[in-house]
Design a protein around this ligand. Structure first.
Ligand code: NAD
Length: 495
């Protein structure tokens, strides 16, 4: 597949993607797209130094001015949405509408960040001492290291970068080694925006090309104030302690094992569509993909037989083609992991429908429905593929307890028209996840809310709401505007 025209329209010079030992392939047909050169240790060191120097300047630029840069960047994304969306699809294999949707999400977070750049509010706090005033100020934090996963190759970076930039931070991005091309394209668009911004310091945003070791170097560098890492729980388990060791800040967005409950009162047509999109859509390669489904005993047989029929008719194929709903897995390793999971499920006595490898190019599979009796073993693990474990339940309490009894805590949902059930699911004794939905599948979040999950998902929150606070440092300030020096808590210290 020739991407040179696309890359040239996105402003990426050929030398960045035609030479180097790291081969980039498309999951669409497995062919090689490009060869990129990983940055060596000294280049990474230099990039971090440049990001640090740029931060020292950028932190003094007024926040609404910083917002103006993000506005210009959003304009570039609008202009190049079609090309960038197509490149996302070619590089990671999601449907074209999803590739375009990812770029739209970038535009949305830019808009959000522009507004936020005038709303980085602190509190004023009543002091217990006369003639004193307390307040809380939010200051820029420092360079932010962003590690991203292959499955959201550009949107996740933008959730971090748009907020970090308006907060006065600079960004160093280590994209997935499977998707460096989209990162190079985004960097080029960002540089275009920066060139239109009077007085922007250079090197506000940089990309590090490399594999795990490149990420580790950034993780260990004390100049990087915050590491925001998106990827597997395995990766987070390594990154978290390394950053803690140097007392850096960490924001982790890790794996999920997301569940849905279909209650007896549910709108079953709506539930069916939602389940199909959430479990089979994006070939099950969203962190929020639906992986476990609890269906009430009274509707189990009819619902699951409709689900199987819907799965059998899902068009699987080239994600650039209109009408296709399920694209490829990212690579052969992902296919092997899916088959490993299905073998383990079979050994646990599961009944499997689908799951076959399709075709001889690319890594296409028929999404699998796996009916299990026991909520145990492989069901408790995240398999990053379209595998949906389906189980029966009698009592809602029991379904919620099972839903919560996995190590991950990202996203969850219930389909019900019973307000008592819906509120129970959303209450303190309901879902233990960072995201809980009613009559919507667990995937497909909007940028306005804080995104992230609990337990082994890492506890981080990105994107909307007050997630911006992670990118700033909070300072509590007390000003004495009297001539006396009363001490707090009535302490006496007269000299
Ligand atoms: P991965 O963990 O293999 O890689 C993610 C990134 O981490 C890559 O850039 C990789 O180079 C880097 N990395 C790996 N080990 C590292 C280390 N020790 N130090 C520093 N960097 C390291 O994940 P993947 O296969 O690209 O993506 C799929 C996983 O990501 C799934 O588990 C999915 O649930 C998760 N994910 C989570 C979210 C979320 O927001 N919670 C979003 C997208 C993907």
């Amino acid at each position: 597949m020739d991407i040179s025209d696309l890359m040239s329209r996105l402003g990426v010079e050929e030398r960045y993607y035609t030479r180097g030992p790291l081969s980039v392939t498309t999951p669409i047909d497995g062919s090689e797209l490009a060869q990129v050169a990983p940055d060596d240790q000294s280049v990474i060191d230099e990039k971090i130094a440049l990001a640090h120097d740029a931060f020292l300047e950028w932190r003094s630029t007024p926040a609404p001015r910083r917002g103006e840069l993000v506005r210009l960047f959003g304009d570039e994304l609008r202009k190049h949405k079609d090309d960038l969306g197509q490149l996302v699809t070619i590089e990671c294999g999601k449907l074209l509408s999803e590739g375009l949707g990812e770029v739209q999400e970038m535009i949305d977070i830019c808009d959000f960040a522009v507004g936020l750049s005038r709303q980085l509010y602190g509190l004023t706090i009543a002091s217990e001492r006369p003639g004193h005033h307390m307040r809380e100020s939010w200051h820029p934090l420092g360079p932010v290291g962003i590690i991203s996963a292959f499955n959201f190759p550009v949107a996740v970076w933008s959730w971090n970068a748009a907020l970090a930039l308006i907060c006065g931070d600079t960004c160093i991005w280590k994209p997935s080694e499977k998707t460096p091309l989209t990162a190079l394209a985004v960097q080029s668009l960002f540089e275009r925006a920066a060139s239109r911004f009077a007085d922007a310091p250079q090197h506000l945003s940089q990309v590090i090309i490399g594999e795990r070791a490149a990420g580790e170097q950034m993780v260990d560098d004390p100049r990087v104030a915050l590491i925001s890492a998106t990827g597997s729980t395995r990766m987070g388990r390594e990154v978290g302690p390394r950053v803690a060791k140097r007392f850096g800040r960490v924001l982790l967005e890790l794996g999920g094992n997301n569940a849905g409950i279909v209650a007896p009162s549910a709108d079953l047509d709506l539930s069916l569509r939602a389940v199909c999109f959430a479990a089979a859509g994006t070939a099950g390669q969203r962190c929020t993909s639906l992986r476990r489904l609890f269906v009430h005993e009274s509707i189990y047989d009819s619902f699951v037989s409709r689900l199987k029929a819907a799965y059998a008719s899902l068009p699987v194929g080239d994600p650039l083609q209109e009408g296709v709903l399920v694209g490829p897995l990212i690579d052969k390793a992902a296919l092997d992991r899916m088959h490993y999971a299905l073998d383990r499920a079979k050994a646990q006595g599961a009944a499997i429908t689908g799951g076959e490898h399709i075709g001889d190019k690319g890594w296409y599979v028929r999404p699998a429905i796996v009916e299990v009796d026991e909520h145990d073993g492989i069901v408790l693990e995240e398999t990053f593929a379209p595998v949906l474990y389906v189980m029966r339940y009698d009592e809602l309490n029991e379904a919620i307890a099972l839903q919560n009894s996995v190590p991950q805590g990202l996203s969850s949902c219930i389909f019900t028209r019973d307000v008592l059930e819906a509120e129970q699911f959303l209450s303190a004794t309901g879902s233990d996840c960072g995201i809980a939905n009613v009559n919507i599948g667990p995937s497909g979040a909007e940028i306005g809310g804080a995104f992230g999950g609990e337990k082994e998902t890492g506890g981080g929150r990105e994107s909307g709401s007050d997630a911006w606070k992670a990118y700033m440092r909070r300072q509590t300030q007390t000003v004495n505007y009297s001539t006396a020096l009363p001490l707090a808590q009535g302490v006496k210290f007269d000299i």
